[in-house]
Design a protein around this ligand. Structure first.
Ligand code: HEC
Ligand code: HEC
Length: 222
């Protein structure tokens, strides 16, 4: 499976700010004066709490207007994201039902291809933080194409399922994260214990080694 890994740069490049050469640092990394000379603060988090430092050098709108504009894009992206996910998840269950009912490799190959196409567009659109602000048009366009590919897939699947005499594919209740984890058979308690053990042992070892060998490049000044 191909997996998108936080494509923040790629999506920022598609947005209006990149078009005007406004970089990540302009919005996320303020200059700060601590020891008599200029330093950059490398903690990347939401600029919303500090809009006067990040946005209002260039924008005259009041803070509330900028926040409304960010939230409005995030809402629209969220709606299409949920629709795309619903479509892609159902396509997976229907494809499995078709396969179990004896669909051939030839019948399933175009189904799989459309699932990959839908899934890739959804993944690329949603795997990076902040994309709904960085490039809302690009993200909405990617998600609408994910929905279209998913819908095409489910039409194809309906034909195969009808031919195999299957009228209805039951969908499990995965309406919450917990139900989803349970359906997938994930032992969350054991996983939490394993993670804590990792943090207490391996992580602390790595941290000590990094400090000793001076591998940390950026110091935090707050
Ligand atoms: C260095 C200058 C600069 C900074 C800093 C900056 N912007 Fe912009 N912003 C621009 C320019 C230039 C445009 C394009 C204006 C146009 O096309 O009319 C723009 C456009 C926008 C738009 C309209 C987007 C669209 O699709 O039309 C929004 C919303 C916005 N900025 C919000 C923000 C927020 C929030 C921040 C802070 C986190 C921010 N900007 C920081 C220069 C900047
Ligand atoms: C015009 C300003 C602007 C530019 C340029 C910009 N960002 Fe953002 N970024 C934002 C805003 C606004 C958010 C949404 C914050 C929120 O929802 O609270 C955000 C969200 C994020 C987040 C998630 C932060 C969080 O705590 O949720 C990350 C990470 C991020 N951006 C990284 C980047 C990177 C990397 C680049 C360059 C490739 C970049 N940003 C370019 C304004 C900008």
């Amino acid at each position: 499976m191909i997996k998108a890994q936080h494509p923040r740069y790629e999506l920022w490049k598609e947005g209006v700010h990149a078009e005007h050469s406004v970089s990540c640092a302009d919005c996320h990394i303020p200059y700060m004066s601590k020891v008599g000379f200029k330093l950059t603060d490398h903690q990347i988090n939401s600029p919303i709490a500090k809009m006067n430092r990040f946005c209002q050098n260039c924008h005259r709108q009041i803070e509330a207007e900028l926040i409304r504009s960010i939230a409005s894009n995030q809402d629209k992206v969220h709606q299409l994201k949920m629709t795309a996910e619903d479509n892609i998840v159902k396509a997976h269950f229907e494809a499995k039902a078709a396969w179990d009912a004896g669909a051939t490799i030839e019948e399933i190959a175009p189904v799989q291809k459309l699932i990959h196409h839908a899934q890739w567009r959804w993944d690329y659109a949603t795997a990076s933080h902040g994309a709904a602000f960085h490039a809302p048009q690009e993200v909405l366009s990617l998600l609408s194409r994910a929905i279209q590919k998913g819908t095409d897939d489910r039409c194809l699947l309906t034909g195969i399922l009808v031919e195999k005499g299957i009228k209805n594919v039951p969908m499990p209740d995965i309406s919450t994260k917990e139900k989803d984890q349970e359906y997938l058979g994930m032992d969350m308690e054991a996983m939490k214990v394993a993670k804590q053990k990792f943090l207490n042992e391996v992580f602390l070892e790595w941290d000590k080694k990094a400090v000793k060998e001076k591998l940390y490049m950026v110091r935090k000044y707050h």
